[in-house]
Design a protein. Structure first.
Length: 467
């Protein structure tokens, strides 16, 4: 097969994949897939025909994240303009550390960061695209650490006494950041939440005071805008006031919920975000841009430049008069792929108003699903709802609700018609469909509710699973 024929075949397979709607996944246990998949890496190349066969095999067993039954993680679907940007960015294969290597992509990223800062309310802010919300949270904590100990960047940091505060329902990436930065898991204080999953400000004050009494050094509070399980939003304005009084860096993890800022109707979920010091926001979640596309935004750009100053020694990279435009000076990475193009093209296609309509349509669908749950006597909501996370479970008197809901989820995923998440709220096992996929419709949600209920009843009656 020659290159032209290969590319023609690839385009056919892309169209087939985008138009295919049979199953979310062709489920096969890993032990079986490991036996049937050809994982051999040959000494001599096998040519493009083998590559095409490998692609067929991969797509057959790949999860179809653009399928209308895909409601498992905090992302899904496809934006075709962003997809084109992803392909072209890979084709051009630039790296984002200097303007010289990525001229227009550099300007695109700067324009995106400026616009996102405007939306957040960081009038003089700046930032960088990162490898995801986990990386954005870590950069925010690095900035906080620099603020409390600027000399540590030269002599090294002693993280044993540094303490940061997060909600008890925050994302585990804060623990990852503490691990990488040498702060330690024990110094990540998980502040209790209220019954709706939001950080309690009275408990935050208590924990800060307790840490000072223990001769520890509070340096950072991380609020969550859109928790992973419930989609809860911590009270940003109140937390900002506490951080101001206590002279603590205030970072907002808005990886999941940041897109509410597009909507005049739902922006109030992040009321006061302009008071934060930094924020992370994933465009690859609610905005539907292909993985990975995530922004770290900071109110005082000079601090980001300072913690990334290790690049100043790279005389072979940063040349001439491009100091204010070379993005490698405000990034932890050197080689960095062009994630700006796909977001730029998607934004040009949709505009702020298009993003707002998308977010509001997702909320409308989540409202619809919640109504379906609340009107069905065999289902119950397991949490209040701020965002598009719908936390529910199947119920029946005289059964182990945790066991049966775990079984329901297992059967649903193996059937291939839907993929939803299983999680816990306290000791309760729940099902958590998330609306973040433009292919989801009310009809699909009707079918999901029917599938959950019918599967639960099959389990109760002892009917064995069959695909």
């Amino acid at each position: 097969m020659d290159v032209d024929g290969f590319l023609d075949e690839i385009l056919v397979k892309i169209r087939e994949h985008l138009n295919g709607t049979e199953k979310v996944v062709e489920y096969i246990p890993q032990s079986s897939l490991r036996k049937t998949a050809d994982l051999n890496l040959p000494l001599e190349g096998l040519g493009l025909d083998t590559v095409m066969s490998d692609i067929d095999h991969y797509l057959r067993y790949s999860v179809k994240t653009n399928h209308p039954g895909f409601m498992n993680p905090l992302w899904g679907g496809i934006n075709i303009a962003a997809f084109a940007g992803e392909v072209i960015a890979t084709l051009s294969n630039n790296s984002m550390y200097t303007y010289e290597l990525s001229p227009l992509a550099t300007l695109f990223e700067q324009a995106l960061i400026r616009r996102m800062c405007e939306i957040v309310g960081f009038g003089d802010g700046n930032g960088t695209l990162t490898t995801g919300g986990s990386n954005g949270n870590m950069i925010g904590m690095m900035c906080a650490r620099y603020q409390v100990d600027p000399l540590g960047q030269q002599r090294g940091f002693d993280g044993e006494k540094l303490v940061c505060f997060v909600s008890a329902e925050s994302h585990y990436s804060v623990l990852m950041a503490a691990n990488v930065l040498g702060i330690g898991f024990d110094n990540v204080i998980k502040v209790p939440c209220d019954e709706d999953g939001r950080m309690r400000c009275d408990k935050l004050i208590e924990e800060i005071e307790r840490s000072r009494m223990n001769n520890q050094i509070p340096f950072c509070v991380v609020a969550t805008s859109g928790t992973t399980v419930r989609g809860a939003f911590d009270p940003i304005k109140e937390i900002a006031g506490i951080c101001s009084d206590q002279n603590l860096w205030f970072h907002v993890d808005a990886a999941w919920g940041g897109s509410c800022l597009f909507s005049a109707k739902y922006r109030e979920l992040m009321d006061g975000v302009e008071l934060a010091d930094s924020i992370c926001w994933d465009a690859h979640k609610m905005m539907g841009v292909p993985l990975v596309c995530s922004a770290f935004l900071i109110k005082r750009p000079e601090i980001l430049r300072k913690i990334c100053s290790h690049g100043n020694v790279a005389h072979y990279l940063f040349l001439g008069d491009a100091e204010d435009v070379d993005l490698g000076r405000i990034s932890l990475q050197c080689g960095r792929r062009n994630d700006a193009l796909k977001l730029f093209l998607a934004w040009r296609e949709k505009g702020d108003a298009g993003w707002a309509r998308l977010i509001e349509s997702y909320m409308h669908l989540a409202d619809y699903l919640q109504d379906k749950v609340e009107s069905n006597p065999q289902l119950e909501m397991m949490s209040t709802r701020d965002w598009t996370n719908v936390c529910l479970r199947f119920r029946e008197d005289g059964i182990d609700k945790n066991e049966i809901n775990g079984q329901i989820r297992d059967r649903i995923v193996k059937s291939g018609r839907f993929m939803v998440s299983q999680s816990n709220i306290g000791d309760d096992v729940i099902l958590r469909p998330v609306i973040a996929n433009p292919a989801v419709t009310k009809l699909q949600l009707d079918k999901l509710v029917e599938e959950i209920v019918s599967t639960g009843n099959d389990i109760i009656r002892g009917i064995p699973f069959s695909e």
